[in-house]
Unconditional design. Structure first.
Length: 316
């Protein structure tokens, strides 16, 4: 029997496919005209709206735990289910409507902050919006479960997607747990200090160097957001912008140092790896900012250099 072509698309499906293709390509063709008609303000608004729409996609697809940028793996579940919330009727949304408003406001804040500083794009800084995102994704699961088409059970598809995503997340978390070997510290086979040094590397050695200085020290950090094992002696640089803000408010390195002394600081911890990352990625800093930092550090006694990552200076 000779092979033959069989019609598989209905008229409605053919129209939907063609219309979707035109819309999908057409907006790219006329984008230049949109931006020209909108002017600078309209273009800025358009880029902001586009950034808000693409942000959750970028955070999901490009987010890798410990990597630069979003620095967290979110998984595909919430992103995949969120659009399906539109399948529910307004009266069925309930709490999801309020959660959606909070979520969109969070995305807008996230997008604007990411434009201001590359450090502010990290997903961990916006975990406060993730419960709202989970509620909206739950509404999407309900909407997808109610969708009915011949020969296609969307409810079963939604359940399979949830089970697969949670299963893969559980496997990944279990493997990370096995690699970190916390049971050795929990069972007393390894000291807590040894476990922290194994997990945190030179950061733990820096914290130990600060602890060895005595209980009266107060340490200001530059480009180090962590303070585990050092509080209240350490003042972490949570937003990695302490030097930038100091330069904006006081400018002169001597005035900055005097201000830190007024706050009670006795030492300064500089995280060199963080400094180099910010220097390569944050356009807010100028060469004069880095030159001022070099002058300030040149006038301070170096207490200890911890590997190639940390430098501990005496402020007073």
């Amino acid at each position: 029997m000779k092979p033959a072509l069989h019609r598989t698309l209905s008229t409605v499906e053919y129209f939907a496919f063609g219309f979707g293709s035109m819309v999908g390509v057409g907006w790219l063709v006329i984008m230049d005209d949109w931006l020209g008609r909108g002017g600078p303000g309209g273009a800025a608004l358009g880029f902001l709206i586009g950034g808000v729409l693409l942000l959750p996609i970028a955070a999901t697809l490009r987010g890798v735990e410990g990597a630069p940028g979003f620095a967290a793996s979110l998984g595909p579940l919430m992103l995949g289910l969120t659009p399906a919330a539109l399948l529910l009727r307004r009266k069925e949304l309930g709490l999801a409507r309020l959660a959606a408003v909070f979520l969109v406001a969070g995305w807008i804040t996230w997008a604007i902050a990411g434009l201001l500083s590359i450090q502010l794009v990290q997903s961990r800084l916006y975990y406060v919006i993730f419960p709202a995102w989970a509620v909206v994704a739950g509404a999407g699961f309900a909407g997808l479960s109610r969708l009915r088409l011949p020969r296609l059970r969307f409810g079963l598809l939604a359940r399979a997607m949830v089970i697969l995503s949670l299963g893969l997340s559980a496997i990944g978390s279990s493997l990370d747990l096995l690699r970190s070997r916390p049971q050795e510290a929990l069972l007393g086979l390894e000291s807590e200090a040894s476990y922290r040094a194994r997990r945190l590397g030179l950061f733990e050695h820096a914290m130990q160097a600060i602890a060895d200085l005595g209980p009266e020290v107060s340490v200001i950090s530059l480009w180090e957001a962590r303070g585990l094992g050092c509080r209240p002696a350490c003042i972490p640089d949570y937003w990695l912008d302490r030097w930038h803000l100091a330069r904006l408010s006081l400018s002169d390195p001597g005035a900055i140092l005097a201000r830190w002394r007024e706050l009670g600081a006795t030492h300064l911890l500089v995280y060199r790896a963080g400094l180099e990352f910010v220097r390569a990625n944050d356009d807010r800093y100028t060469e004069s900012d880095w030159a001022a930092l070099d002058r300030l550090l040149g006038d301070l006694p170096l207490v200890e250099r911890i590997g190639e990552a940390y430098e501990l200076y005496q402020v007073r």
